[in-house]
Each structure stands twice: as structure tokens, then as C-alpha cells.
Design a protein around this ligand. Structure first.
Ligand SMILES: CC(C)(COP(=O)(O)OP(=O)(O)OC[C@H]1O[C@@H](n2cnc3c(N)ncnc32)[C@H](O)[C@@H]1OP(=O)(O)O)[C@@H](O)C(=O)NCCC(=O)NCCS
Length: 175
């Protein structure tokens, strides 16, 4: 698989974009704990206390340990003023069977990295890789109040179907 190592600048701050690797699990756990309750709600549709530490680890480990057959993920990292590398966003795609052409996709950015256009970079890389995996449609579960995600997805100009199920919006995008 071709590696990705891209640097972008968001309001002067350098952000590195690359595919996740196993060793990123800890950074993804740290990212989870830095998200505001509102961001956690929009992404996971659950509140923090609904998750055990073990479940959070399992989720993050799955995001880090990708095979690009069933799962893939792109991570955005930056360097803190004290020189440490930390995750500021991640976008992932996952399907049940290797032959499935439909997969679930999700994205989350740390609150201070939202509204800066980072989501567009992550989703563009992820959708290109998803196409290479043979995925033709991605599905995401979005809270009805999440206008930010809808604005972002609409900017890609792809065909979008939406339907409401169990109080959440199911968004299906043709890649
Ligand atoms: C949804 C999300 C991925 C969008 O990524 P992003 O890089 O912030 O997107 P953009 O910078 O292109 O912003 C998209 C639009 O939403 C607005 N927006 C994004 N985050 C916002 C926030 N927290 N508060 C208010 N407006 C916000 C932007 O101003 C922009 O509006 P505009 O088109 O009128 O300028 C990101 O906000 C996020 O991580 N949200 C929390 C998790 C989530 O909702 N995940 C999706 C469900 S899987």
C-alpha cells in the first residue's frame, strides 16, 4: 500500500495527515478524552459515562490497527508547544465483509480544530482510499442537529440520500 505523509497548514499551524498505525491507539484514546461533551455526542451519540475505559480502548485500537480490507483510517496530528505529537482528528471507514461495496464512515476532530477545513482533507483522503477498496457507497449515522457534517459532505458534490431511522439521520453517499 502506498504510504501517505502530507503536511497542511491551518491558520499557521502545521498538521500532518497519514494513515493510522497500531501505535496510534494511545493517541486516539487521548483524543477521545479531549473532546467536548457536545463533540462526543455528535460523533458517538452517547455520553462519555456510557463508555467503559475498556470499550474506549477497543474502539481506538480498531481505528489504529487497520488492514485496508475491512477497515481503514486517516489521522491528523500536530505537535504541542512542549514538542509532543498528538492526534487532532481521525476519519475511518469500516465494512463487515471484504466483498461489501457499502461501508460505514465516521469522522471526529478535536474542538479547537473544527471550523478550519480539516474535515475536508480527511474525508477526501478517506474517500479516495475507500474507492480503491472497491467501496461504492458510504453510510454515516448523523444526529439531526449536526448541520456541520451535512455542510461538509454537501461540498463534495456527491449524490447523497438521507433517511431518518430511530431518531438519527442515515446519510448514504455515492462515492
Ligand atoms: C463535522 C466535522 C467533521 C466538520 O469538520 P470541519 O473541518 O469542522 O468542517 P468545516 O471547517 O468545513 O466546517 C463545515 C461547516 O460547519 C461549521 N462548523 C464546523 N464545526 C463547527 C462547530 N463546532 N461550531 C459551529 N460551526 C461549526 C463551519 O463553520 C462550516 O460552516 P460554513 O460552511 O458555513 O463555513 C467537525 O466539526 C467535527 O468533528 N464535529 C464533531 C463530530 C461529528 O459531528 N462527527 C460527524 C458524525 S460521524
Amino acid at each position: 500500500m502506498q504510504e501517505l505523509d502530507r503536511r497542511i497548514y491551518l491558520k499557521g499551524q502545521e498538521v500532518r495527515l497519514r494513515f493510522t498505525k497500531k501505535e496510534d491507539a494511545q493517541m486516539l484514546v487521548d483524543l477521545f478524552y479531549q473532546l467536548s461533551p457536545q463533540t462526543k455526542w455528535l460523533r458517538y451519540h452517547w455520553h462519555e459515562h456510557n463508555y467503559s475505559e475498556e470499550e474506549i480502548w477497543q474502539q481506538c485500537y480498531k481505528m489504529a490497527d487497520v488492514d485496508w480490507v475491512h477497515r481503514g483510517a486517516v489521522i491528523a496530528t500536530t505537535i504541542t508547544p512542549s514538542g509532543e505529537c498528538c492526534a487532532v482528528g481521525v476519519a475511518q471507514v469500516a465494512r463487515v465483509r471484504a466483498e461489501d461495496t457499502e461501508a460505514e464512515a465516521a469522522i471526529v476532530l478535536r474542538d479547537d480544530f473544527q471550523k478550519k477545513g480539516l474535515g475536508k482533507y480527511l474525508l477526501r483522503i478517506l474517500s479516495d482510499k475507500a474507492r480503491q477498496m472497491g467501496i461504492t457507497h458510504v453510510v454515516g449515522w448523523v444526529m439531526p442537529e449536526n448541520i456541520y457534517l451535512m455542510k461538509l459532505v454537501r461540498r463534495f458534490g456527491l449524490e447523497i440520500e438521507t433517511k431518518t431511522e430511530y431518531g438519527e439521520r442515515k446519510v448514504r453517499v455515492t462515492l
